[in-house]
Design a protein around this ligand. Structure first.
Ligand code: BGO
Length: 282
């Protein structure tokens, strides 16, 4: 029993609103995110003596802070620390949608993945092995067709299980690794900032995003004074310049490339295309 907060994340058009409606029914209220005119929807459902509040995050492609919607989502995850995040994936656009998911994993969020639009994916001849995907991502994965309310009861049951007592333990090795030079710089920054760590902020995720240029994230750390903040900023900037010089490419491109190559590798190992089976038969 108890009360829990679950955030609903996903790309625009992934079917997030449909999942939200299917989970919460008429038990919803609409307001605004603090300080902005972006709509905030909350709803809840009850199951097995638990009250599960669902907070619908804005539809986003990424967790970097370069749009208001993305900043709202990141701020909520950092400061409100939901008990769990549902990541809604449009299965018919798996690789594109997986980008946000890799960031949520990197951030260390406790996750349940809803492979939505699985009817469209299957019509397109794409069959995703959700058991295998679950093993790779180390979190539950459930297929849904939100408009038809398919998979929603299963999703609710999984949420209850996960909130009670997750059988998934976060792996210590990261899902996505970056070129060696970047990893070395990340380690250096993590060493530098770890004494100022607050809350359960994931230092690797934080360091990656400092390299992506979001210095405002330093606010999360418990820095003693302005001098330390400036010192860290200086180190990050110097490392960034050195990396770009030695790798000959912008660091944000290299980081995105590593994520996409991991996503492609995952997709190739979990997705069966109907044309593949035809090809192997003939
Ligand atoms: C329209 N399967 C299928 N086939 N469609 C789905 C599924 C699913 O699993 N889930 C959602 N949809 P949102 P975001 C529409 O609105 O929930 C559909 O942005 C239409 N509208 O019904 O809004 C869903 O919140 C006219 O479709 O997504 C919606 O993430 C013609 O996907 C769309 C056809 O879902 C986006 C569809 C006037």
């Amino acid at each position: 029993s108890g009360r829990f907060t679950v955030a609903l994340a996903g790309n625009p058009n992934s079917g997030k609103t449909s999942v939200f409606n299917a989970l919460t029914g008429s038990n919803q209220r609409v307001g605004n995110w603090p300080g902005v005119t972006v709509e905030k929807k909350e709803g809840k459902f009850y199951k097995d003596g638990m009250e599960i509040k669902i907070v619908d995050l804005p539809g986003i492609y990424s967790l970097t802070a370069d749009s208001i919607d993305q900043k709202i989502a990141v701020d909520f995850l950092i400061h409100e620390r939901p008990d769990l995040v549902i990541c809604v994936i449009d299965s018919s656009n798996f690789e594109r949608n997986m980008y946000l998911l890799t960031q949520l994993i990197e951030m260390g969020q406790k996750l349940v993945v809803a492979l939505n639009m699985s009817d469209i994916a299957e019509k397109d001849g794409i069959l995703i092995n959700e058991k295998k995907l679950s093993m790779i991502l180390n979190c539950p994965v459930v297929k849904t067709v939100a408009v038809k309310k398919m998979g929603i009861e299963e999703l609710k049951a999984i949420l209850v299980d996960e909130l009670r007592n997750s059988s998934y333990r976060r792996k210590s090795e990261p899902l996505v690794t970056y070129p060696n030079a970047i990893e070395t710089s990340l380690t250096k920054i993590m060493e530098k900032i770890k004494t100022y760590q607050t809350k359960e902020i994931n230092l690797r995720w934080l360091s990656i995003n400092l390299f992506l240029g979001d210095m405002s994230l330093l606010k999360i750390l418990n820095l003693k004074d302005e001098g330390i903040r400036r010192e860290i900023e200086k180190i990050v900037l110097q490392e960034t310049i050195d990396l770009q010089k030695s790798l000959g490419e912008d660091i944000d491109i290299l980081i995105a490339n590593s994520k996409y190559s991991k996503i492609r590798e995952i997709y190739n190992s979990v997705a069966l295309r109907k044309s593949d089976t035809k090809a192997s038969v003939s």
